[in-house]
Structure formats: C-alpha cells, structure tokens
Design a protein around this ligand. Structure first.
Ligand code: WTA
Length: 655
C-alpha cells in the first residue's frame, strides 16, 4: 500500500485509498452543484458579491491588484452589522434564533433572536458612542464565549470602529502588546470567564495589561460570573451601567456606511519572531468571502442549526461563528466551555438538545474525543447531523474516519477545510454535494481560488510530489497586509517565490488534483536525504488501534542527518512499554516504509499544544535535541512539556 515518490522537495510516502463519494440525496439538495467549478473567477466573485451582501452603494470595480496588495469591490458602500443583523430583522426574520447560547455551568442557557441581537447591539453601540467611540476608533475586546462578545464586535462594526479580539486564554502581556500595536483606546472585557469549572480572571489580566497600555483610557466590564473584581473610578464601567437607558431602536444608531476597503479588524497571529503580526482584514471582500464559503461549503439551509465549536478569539470564530453565519442569517450555537465539562458527553448533549445539523471543529478536539472513547457520543441521538467539518491542522485519516463513523453515523460528509488567519476564509475544501472525499485530503481549491504546489525553485510539481503550497491569485478575504509593517508582510508571504503568496505549508497534489496538506514547512524532517512530513508519520502512528495522538519531529543524527522522534499518547490513558514501542515502529514501517520508522518513541499522556490546539513540534524538537526550550508563552499547558522532558530523559517506556 505504500510507495515512495521521489521529489526534491518533500517526499510523500503515505497513500490513503478510502473514498467517499457524496450521498445522492445530499448531492440533489446541495447548495453547490458540480457546475460551480466552471464559473469564471470574475463572474463568480462579481455575482456572489452582489447577491450575498446588501450594499448601500453598489461596487463599480471588482478588483484592483497591485502585488502584493489587493483591493476588492471598489466604489461600494456597506456595513457589516447591517448585513449580519438589521437586514434580517427588516426582512421579517427577527424572530429567528441567531444564537443558542450554552454557558459552561449546566442549565445556563439563552436564546437570542435576530431582533434581540439587534436591540443589544444598538444599545451597546449607543453606549460606545457616548464614550467617544467613532468611525476609526480602535477597540480591543478580551472576553470569553459569551453572547456579549459578538454583540461587542457587531457594535464596533455598526459604528465603523475597527476591533481586535484577543483570545481570553492569552496573558496580560499578550493583551497589552496587541493593544499597543493597534493603539486601542477602549477595552471591553468581563469580570471572569468559565473554563473547566474554574473562573478565568479576565478583568484582573486586563488591569495588569492596562498598566502598560497607556493609549487605553476606558474599560467596559461585563458581569459574567459575579466574581470579585476591582473597578477603577473614572476608567472602568460596568456593561449593564453603560447600556442602562440607551435606546434600542435601530434608527437611534444608524449603521455607518463604510467603504469596501475600510479596516474591519486586526487579528494577531504569532510568527517566527516573538512579536505577533497584526493581520489586516477589511470590510467588503472579507464579508463576501466568508458568507460565500459558509453557504457553499457547509451547505447551510434556512432551518440549519449550525455549530462551529471554535473560540471566537481565533479567526475560525470570527469568520465562521460571527461574520459568515450571521451574514447568511444562520442559527448558530455558542458554547462557553471546554468539551469535557462536566464530562465528555457535553458536546453530544448539545448536538442532541438543539438538533445540530452542521458541526465544525478541529482535529485536536476530534482526537481528544477519540482518546476519551466513542461511548460518550453513542449515548446520544446524533441523527440530526448532516455534515461535519474540520480545520486547524492536517487531520489524520484515522481521526477523519472516526469522526465520520462515531459522530456522523457513517453517513455524513466530512469537509476538511484548509485556510489561515491571513486568508480570512476557507480556500481549499471539499464541496459536500460534489466532491468525492478522501480522508486526510482537503481536496480542491474553492471556486475562484488558484492554489498550487511548487518546488524549491518555484516550479509546479507533478502529481504525487510534495512541495510548498502557494496561491497564485488574490481572493476577496485575503489579508491586506500586516498592520504598520509593509516590510514584514512582503518578507513573510511574498519573498519566498516570485509573484505568489507563500502559505508556509507543505502539500502535495495527487493525480485527481486533490490537495494533501503536509504541515508547516518548518516541521519537515530530513532523514537520509528524504524529506518527510510530520503528518504522514503521525497518521501512520494514529492508524494503530491503540494510539490516540502522536507528534513527531526530527533530531540530529550523525548517520542519517536527522532521526525521527515520536511522542505518542495511547487511548484510555494507557502507559507504553518496550513491546509497544517495537510494535508501533513496525506499524509505521509497514504503513510507510522503513525509512519513516521513528528512532525512538516517548509515551506521554498529553502533547504540547498551542491555545488553539495545534501541536507545538518546535518544543518537541528542543526536547529531542536536549536544548533549552524556546518561547513557551503560547503553550496551553506548560506542565505538559516538563512531563515530556522527564519521560524523554528517563527513557520512560516500561509498563
Ligand atoms: C494549518 C486557522 C491542514 C495550516 C484557520 C495553516 C491546516 C495554519 C488546515 C493556519 C487543514 C489549517 N489541513 N492544515 N484543513 N487548516 N491548517 O492561522 O498549517 O490558526 O497554515 O488559521 O493551520 O492556522 P490559523
């Protein structure tokens, strides 16, 4: 089943042969039909631009492309909040649920209709206006997954005030760095958040951040847990106080007409240096891009109950919990807490309670559920599910198949969607009524998107060969740069190859034109001159019935250049053994070939992950090389690395 394909760039070794054509009934009703791929780039984005969004003034020019900066839908005027809220109420859909909200403490629930959302947004926007927020005023938002988070974002867009949402798991230092970079004037936060049954001290972190963020003069604090917080006179105000007495009729606070290219938000993402990059997203192209992809890829119907289980603090939440779904008038779910609070049944209770038909999550969450076991899902009626999606990392074929079998009842399509904070919208993805799915492949570029895989010289590689993923043409939701850093923008994305966007990911394209993502190119290992991607070895390991999760990296080796080190956690929290180690090495040998056998395997209950759930292979490399650890500030749980270090040092493999 495995053959090595020669290439100068990245070797691909793992072949996955399972195929899942779209079910006939799904295809017949699908939003996207096969002819979508024959639409021209211009016609596609022109038409979608006119139809998905309501314009105050129509655009006159589709695209102006002066590499590396794009401008879309020029001459148009629109407002994001109007599109996400007001127009649905005006169309008579005010009673439709916009969000079912479920707090982490059980029985803490709210239903918010589009009319409710409009009233809350208008009141809050009026309050912001009183505090001096105007078109162009930069606002920071540091909250947990409460309904007031989208309310705050929408109120900003209503006024034309650009926002930066800082994920509630970030520290005071990360928060202040971002606010300083953007020059924020006001911060919206809450007393505390709930996470795994414990309060997260958001206000306290915000206080600490403000000590080194002199531009921020005011803070609005939502009362969520009722925990004790200190309020600074003259600077801090309670949310419920500022909205008190504010009118909630839309005429009291009209939606600001914005130019297509006006700044919508910044979202900071880490790079190779310690300073995060402020990724710039603007108004029209972003909105059209997220609404269009949301409609076709998730096959959203008017009565859909759609659940994107990401955090709004990441781009996935911005694009596919807030802006895309609301623009499309979709009913969504917002869940405040962690998947296993109070136990691993929580998600499946939610799916059953609300009859969710579309679920979108990350491979890391799927692998956690695999580790806990399928019995938690099997106790619930998940038959409402029609479509599953993943994003954030390459998904191991075993995890993909587990997701489809145990969650999707071996019935639902699974869309593996590739994109980035920088791309704003999904770019490589199946269309569920059209595409024959292959576990582990994100399949095809979305209509109107031009993706390719190139070698070190920038030449497109043939079918089966691995290389670097690039984008050859602009797309509406693409980043408009790094905030106030033109040089870093050009250097990071546009200097590796001429005239194309360099995504930083490895990929290969197979004979059918399907894309297989191979992970970040910085993670590629070189063993005896073979460049092997981490995801393939990890997937071979996860293919073993007892493995829940695996991460691999290279360490230097005198003989082979690099040797592969694997970190493995077994299902059900089991410990490893010498025998298991040999068994796993042989399993990889059989799946991929002897070249990919890990030189050693460290068994560990947890893998080091970022707060968004991505495995941090860089730190595993430091452990494998016995070096001092690099930057660990983005780690979700620093204790995990210490444990792994100890296990690696003591050669922990015994029963
Ligand atoms: C990775 C998340 C493989 C990739 C929306 C990308 C993926 C980075 C996939 C962006 C996927 C995301 N298959 N890899 N389906 N989706 N990635 O900015 O390495 O948090 O460059 O955006 O995640 O992560 P970000």
């Amino acid at each position: 089943m495995s053959t090595a394909v020669e290439s100068r760039t990245i070797d691909t070794l793992l072949l996955e042969e399972r195929r899942y054509p779209p079910p006939a009934e799904f295809a017949a009703e699908a939003n996207a039909k096969p002819d979508i791929y024959s639409r021209s780039f211009e016609e596609f984005w022109e038409t979608e631009g006119r139809e998905r969004v309501t314009w105050f003034e129509p655009f006159t020019e589709l695209l102006e492309w002066e590499l590396p900066y794009a401008k879309w839908y020029l001459g148009g005027k629109l407002n994001v909040c109007f599109n996400c809220v007001d127009r649905h109420v005006a169309a008579g859909n005010g009673d439709k649920i916009a969000y079912y909200w479920e707090g982490e403490p059980e029985d803490d629930r709210r239903e918010i209709t589009f009319a409710d959302l409009q009233r809350e947004v208008v009141r809050f926007a009026n309050a912001l206006t009183k505090l001096g927020v105007r078109k162009g005023t930069p606002v920071a938002i540091y909250m947990g997954m409460v309904p007031e988070l989208p309310v705050a974002m929408l109120a900003c867009t209503r006024l034309g005030a650009p926002h930066t949402v800082v994920f509630g798991g970030f520290s005071a230092e990360s928060l202040s760095g971002r606010m300083n970079d953007m020059g924020c004037q006001l911060l919206i936060t809450q007393d505390e958040g709930w996470r795994a049954g414990k309060p997260v001290p958001l206000k306290r972190n915000a206080d600490e951040a403000l000590a080194s963020s002199p531009s921020v003069k005011q803070m609005i604090v939502l009362r969520r847990t009722g925990g004790d917080v200190s309020m600074q006179e003259g600077r801090d105000r309670w949310w419920h106080d500022v909205v008190e007495g504010e009118p909630d009729d839309p005429e009291s606070c009209p939606c600001e007409p914005m130019e297509s290219e006006d700044l919508l938000y910044l979202l900071y993402t880490s790079g190779t240096t310690a300073k995060p990059k402020g990724i710039v997203h603007t108004t029209a192209g972003y909105l059209v891009g997220v609404a269009t992809t949301h409609h076709y890829i998730f096959d959203v119907k008017p009565d859909s109950i759609y659940w994107c289980a990401a955090d709004i603090g990441w781009v996935t939440g911005h694009s596919y919990i807030v802006y895309g779904p609301l623009c499309n008038g979709t009913t969504g779910i917002i869940y405040e807490g962690v998947p296993n609070y109070p136990d691993p049944e929580r998600w499946w209770e939610i799916v059953e309670r609300y009859k969710v038909d579309i679920l979108y999550t990350a491979p890391t969450a799927i692998r956690s559920h695999m580790k806990w076991g399928p019995e938690f899902a099997s106790r619930h009626d998940l038959s409402s599910l029609r479509l599953l999606g993943t994003v954030g990392e390459p998904i191991n074929p075993e995890a993909w198949v587990w997701y489809r079998d145990h969650i999707g009842g071996d019935r639902t399509p699974v869309v593996d969607t590739w994109w980035q904070t920088e791309t704003g919208m999904i770019l490589i993805t199946p269309l569920p009524g059209v595409t024959t799915l292959k576990p582990g492949s994100a399949t095809k570029p979305f209509p109107g998107v031009a993706a390719a895989v190139v070698d070190d010289q920038g030449n497109e590689v043939g079918p089966g060969a691995g290389g670097y993923l690039v984008l050859k043409r602009p797309w509406p939701a693409m980043l408009r740069g790094i905030y106030k850093d033109d040089e870093r923008y050009r250097e990071t994305y546009w200097s590796r190859f001429d005239d194309v966007y360099f995504a930083g990911d490895g990929a290969r394209v197979d004979e059918d034109g399907d894309f297989w993502l191979l992970g970040r190119v910085d993670d590629v290992m070189n063993v005896s001159g073979h460049r092997i991607s981490t995801i393939e070895v990890e997937s071979a390991l996860v293919d073993h019935s007892e493995v829940a999760e695996a991460a691999v990296c290279g360490r230097s080796d005198e003989r082979t250049g690099q040797a592969i080190v694997a970190y493995v956690s077994l299902k059900g929290g089991r410990e490893g053994s010498i025998a298991k180690l040999e068994e796993l090495r042989n399993h990889v040998g059989k799946k991929i070939g002897p070249i990919a056998k890990p030189a050693n395997i460290v068994f560990t209950p947890e893998l080091p992950k970022t707060r968004s759930g991505k495995i941090m292979r860089r730190l595993l490399r430091d452990v494998a090389e016995n070096r001092t650890l690099g930057d660990t500030t983005t780690l979700a749980d620093p204790a995990v690395v210490d444990e792994i270090k100890q296990r690696a040092a003591t050669g922990q493999t015994e029963e």
